[in-house]
Design a protein. Sequence first.
Length: 299
Amino acid sequence: MRESPDHSFEQLRVAIVGTGHVGTDLLLKVLASPVLRCTLFAGRRSGSPGIQLAESRGIHTSKAGIDAVLGMLDDIDVVYDATSAEDATRHWNLLEPTGTPVIDLTPASLGKFCVPVLNLEDCLDHQYVSMVTCGGQAAVPMARCVNEATEGLSYLEIASASASASVGPATRANLDEYVVTTERATREFCGLENTKTMVVINPAEPGTVMRNSVAVAASEKVDLQALSDAVRVTEKQISAYVPGYRVVVPPVATADRIMLTVEVEGRGDWLPPYAGNLDIIACAAIALAEARARRRHEC
């Protein structure tokens, strides 16, 4: 449970543009944060469920999208972009000249990648920060564990599966960008050139919890004990800001591969707990904004 807001603490004022699944889940997490305050929730459909929820919570809303954000910059410290890769690129072109910090939850892949467990402190001064993808947040830290426990790793695969009901229209339209961005982040954080990302949208009813597997060929020289130790530490660190994150298949060697699997169960803020893909990227984005808020307070 989050602590009650400290009214002596100057909360970081955030605007959220994008009122779909990701933006609405993010809004509920902002409202639960003791150090963040939502000053604007903007989309393009006035009757969307997300807008209706925000209005019921007394949040200022708009159907003018990015134009509403541009009209309220004096009341905004950070903009969360939860739209689509195409829209996020256009939004950044408008926001960059203003100096307004942007935390991008789309796979637009325009600037500094942030995976809090790996590089949170390095991201606090960048105007534009990309939260990679939900699969990137879940799997890239484990991919780095594999890489660091392997001698001369040549190839690595990531497979992510999410419930169909948790994958909105914008995410479906951005599947190519999702793959490219996740692979780019894997290369950047692991120093590995040859990677592959696969995405599964699972139509099963009821929805299945998000799962992410990392695998390499059995022929790779992996120190399984070192890998297992690193995975346990990383799991604990991520679960500190993503409570539903857990390793469900520890590192194991089969006839043809060495693999591990993590599961992300959501808090059920907007969609049911199976929507861990929403939870992990929103939790990561909250962790970044909260770190900025606390550092500003300390200064």
